[in-house]
Design a protein around this ligand. Structure first.
Ligand code: C5P
Length: 201
């Protein structure tokens, strides 16, 4: 059985949490495609050329622990503007989506570019202030220098770059269903996503 769920949206809107929960609920495999761009960004921060980094990426580069910093997130959104970097990462994502047993992919361009024929497309969003607050609470225990204003500025800079780039900009697919998590609990957001997928199965 092949079944693809595409989940797109801006930074810290709850896509990752919703994607993981949906994958666990249906027994689907999950790919956080942001990790691919983060891994390329991390290599560039260490001095690599961005295209060489994207074409030589292996699963050993995808360690979420080292890739979840603001510096890597900003570097990721900069390399993500480059169409050649994006092209180098397409096949891996499309192969993942083709696996038997169902797949959930989350990112920025899954419903528009990577899996335009996905069975369900969700666009998970929330206000910038709410997303920054969530990211701040997540970063604070790991990074005592994080400030609310700094995190909000980071999130807004990344969103602007993601929305305004020429190739695969962040935009809901025409047939995507929007879930705004600003005033939703995690459980309610997951329940909405599960119900929408259930209906399409
Ligand atoms: O989702 P995450 O915040 O980890 O993504 C990091 C960055 O990678 C994003 O800000 C975006 O620029 C880029 N990205 C992308 N396309 C995707 C996933 C992530 O351009 N499908």
């Amino acid at each position: 059985m092949k079944f693809v769920v595409a989940i797109d949206g801006p930074a810290a809107a709850g896509k990752g949490t919703v994607s993981k929960a949906v994958a666990a609920h249906f027994g689907f495999a999950h790919l956080d495609t942001g990790l691919l761009y983060r891994a390329v960004g991390a290599k560039v921060l260490k001095g690599s050329d961005e295209i060489a980094a994207a074409t030589s990426l292996t699963s050993a580069d995808l360690d979420p622990e080292t890739l979840r910093t603001s510096a890597v997130a900003q570097a990721a959104s900069k390399v993500a503007v480059n169409p050649e970097v994006r092209r180098a990462l397409v096949q891996f994502q499309q192969d993942f989506a083709k696996r038997d047993g169902g797949a959930v992919l989350d990112g920025r361009d899954i419903g528009t570019v990577i899996c335009p024929d996905a069975d369900v497309k969700l666009f998970v969003t929330a206000s910038a202030a709410c997303r920054a607050e969530r990211r701040f609470l997540e970063l604070q225990p790991k990074d005592s220098s994080a400030t609310r204003d700094g995190v909000l500025a980071d999130v807004e800079a990344r969103d602007k770059r993601d929305r305004e780039r020429a190739t695969a900009p962040l935009i809901p697919a025409e047939d995507a269903i929007v879930i705004d998590t600003t005033d939703l609990s995690i459980d309610d957001a997951v329940a909405q996503a599960v119900a929408l997928i259930e209906k399409a199965r």
